[in-house]
Design a protein around this ligand. Structure first.
Ligand code: IMP
Ligand code: MG
Length: 171
């Protein structure tokens, strides 16, 4: 497969620290509940959480919206978190925001469970691809509409373990 480096491990790590300090500033007074979106957010979430200086607890949710390289538009939850959302400030951590269907769905789902506030943190944002009205409160990089892999992001479940983020050429 023909791949081109988009973001190096070092660039990613610097950005993760910046995002973490924004989060530290925003939530310095109150404990937050961090919800990672499996499986893509795994590495981002692990790196981010270790930079946080605020009080937090965390859990994971898993949604399905993509098949291969195309968004199906339909979202379903395939792993539910077993935590109490009532009156919590919830921070959803996601690898990439594309059409926005997944995060909009998850945001509504968590709101319905009684969260006080729901905030979104995404490492990557394909801003031009947005199909619904959603803006992340915390964002790493805005990228073009290219298919990317690595640092948790997959192409049919492969290449998640790469330390840098690559564009798959020809996509
Ligand atoms: P959305 O619902 O269209 O915003 O899609 C979000 C989900 O699609 C992400 O959580 C990713 O799992 C997946 N996704 C979107 N773009 C890419 C990509 O370029 N590479 C890998 N996965 C992607
Ligand atoms: Mg994902």
């Amino acid at each position: 497969m023909n791949m081109e480096l988009l973001l190096s491990e070092r660039e990613i790590s610097e950005k993760v620290k910046e995002i973490a300090s924004d989060i530290n500033r925003t939530f310095e007074k109150e404990e937050i509940l961090v919800i990672g979106v499996l499986k893509g957010a795994l590495f981002f979430m692990a790196d981010l959480l270790r930079e946080l200086k605020i009080r937090f607890v965390y859990d994971f949710i898993q949604a399905k919206s993509y098949d291969g390289m195309e968004s199906s538009g339909k979202v379903s939850i395939i792993k539910e978190p077993h935590c109490d959302f009532k009156d919590k400030n919830v921070l959803i951590v996601e690898d990439i925001l594309d059409t926005g269907n997944t995060l909009l769905y998850l945001k509504e789902y968590i709101k319905k469970k009684g969260a006080k506030g729901v905030y979104i943190c995404t490492l990557l944002d394909k801003k031009k691809c947005r199909a619904v009205d959603i803006t992340p409160e915390f964002r790493g990089f805005i990228i073009e509409d290219r298919f990317v892999v690595g640092y948790g992001l997959d192409f049919n479940e492969r290449m998640r373990e790469l330390r840098d983020i690559f564009v798959i050429k020809g996509c």
